[in-house]
Design a protein around this ligand. Structure first.
Ligand SMILES: [Zn+2]
Length: 153
């Protein structure tokens, strides 16, 4: 990926085995690794890459769940259309409808399970929460003084 090298191979190997996630270890142990991330361009780049990968997985799986939910909603409202479609294709209406609904439900359940696994196995919630907190802070800084004084009451 990059031509940079880790400045401390031992620490680098430990961090790599944790996928550069130090959120799970105690704060006083974390200090050394935070120093390493500050010193080592290689490891901090890898950390950023892995955290954005986690966030991407979380976003993709939740999108999949939303799409399956949408498909189920479409199936629920498709009654007027299905008459023509099923007559043209010569499909049995009831069987096809049940097949599509069960495909939609199993897809929804599957993507929710995968989303839960992603959120449990990766620090994505913390990472996304951090981004949200940062955005909120930036927005709050930009608020006009009048609104700020209202909020502080
Ligand atoms: Zn390193």
């Amino acid at each position: 990926m990059t031509s940079t090298r880790c400045t401390d191979r031992v620490v680098g190997a430990i961090l790599a085995s944790w996928r550069y996630d130090i959120s799970g270890i105690s704060p006083n142990m974390r200090k050394d690794y935070e120093h390493h991330f500050a010193d080592c361009a290689h490891c901090s780049a890898r950390q950023k890459f892995h955290r954005s990968l986690d966030a991407t997985l979380a976003v993709l799986t939740s999108l999949a769940a939303v799409f399956f939910l949408f498909a189920l909603a479409v199936l629920k409202h498709i009654k007027p259309l299905e008459h023509m479609a099923f007559n043209v294709f010569g499909l049995d209406v009831e069987d096809t409808y049940h097949m599509l609904v069960s495909a939609g439900i199993s897809g929804l359940i599957f993507s929710l399970i995968v989303l839960a696994l992603v959120l449990m196995a990766t620090p994505a919630p913390k990472y996304l929460g951090g981004i949200a907190a940062e955005r909120a802070r930036i927005i709050e800084e930009r608020l006009p003084a009048a609104i700020k004084s209202l909020r502080s009451r």
